[in-house]
Design a protein around this ligand. Sequence first.
Ligand SMILES: C[S@@+](CC[C@H](N)C(=O)[O-])C[C@H]1O[C@@H](n2cnc3c(N)ncnc32)[C@H](O)[C@@H]1O
Length: 248
Amino acid sequence: MAEMTDAEVKDLVRENYAQVAQGATACCSSDCCSEPNKLYDVEEIKDLPAEAVMASAGCGNPTAIGELASGETVVDFGSGGGIDCFIAAKAVGPEGKVIGVDMTEDMVNLARTNAAKLGLSNVEFHLTEMEHTPIADGSVDVIISNCVINLAPDKGEVFREAFRILKPGGRAYISDMLLVKDLPEEAKADRKNWVMCLSGAERKDVYLGRMRDAGFVDTQVLEDKPWDGPESWASDVHSMNIRAYKPV
Ligand SMILES: C[S@@+](CC[C@H](N)C(=O)[O-])C[C@H]1O[C@@H](n2cnc3c(N)ncnc32)[C@H](O)[C@@H]1O
């Protein structure tokens, strides 16, 4: 199969997640997606709208590794139906602010509807690519992202944008799919593996190197769990929770 262009990858991802927003089963790995009970404590999600929980398509729980403080500004890269934004909104309280960005219109609409159901005034959602947000330089305390950056064809661009909008001393808490060994070429080329968060997954050393190149320091993998898919190469794909800082 011919390699897809970056634009084709993004169109494919948008198409898939528009369907997830409309109620299709989310798919990225068997450890996540439509099994939010595996990722979140019951207490964290019990008051959220069912539509926000159903659309959950993460591979970790970035707010659980992030020590969010009252009054902080948080940006969620690839916010989907908004689940992590709603958890973050509770943690930062009315003095804080949470901004979810997502490039899929149906997801942004779903997240806005969910926010309205919750009556939240400290959360907003923007239809934009995370590589090019309208957010001001140095204006954000924390970036979170859950199973999204693997879907970006140019991950360096994502990390540079995250670094740009963070304040000095700001933190990034990222849950994502990474590789401990390269995938077989035929697995990478399979279109369905792109939307399953597999084809775009990068080796851990490359991914962390891109974060450091963007300027992040103290980059650390806090949790690392192999994927349990049926393929022979499944254990080479891991869901990892990463923390990094913008220097003061
Ligand atoms: C696997 S889902 C995860 C959604 C959410 N983080 C969660 O945990 O439920 C991926 C989401 O990232 C969004 N996305 C993918 N690439 C993106 C990009 N370059 N910019 C903004 N959003 C993106 C998709 O539209 C989709 O909503």
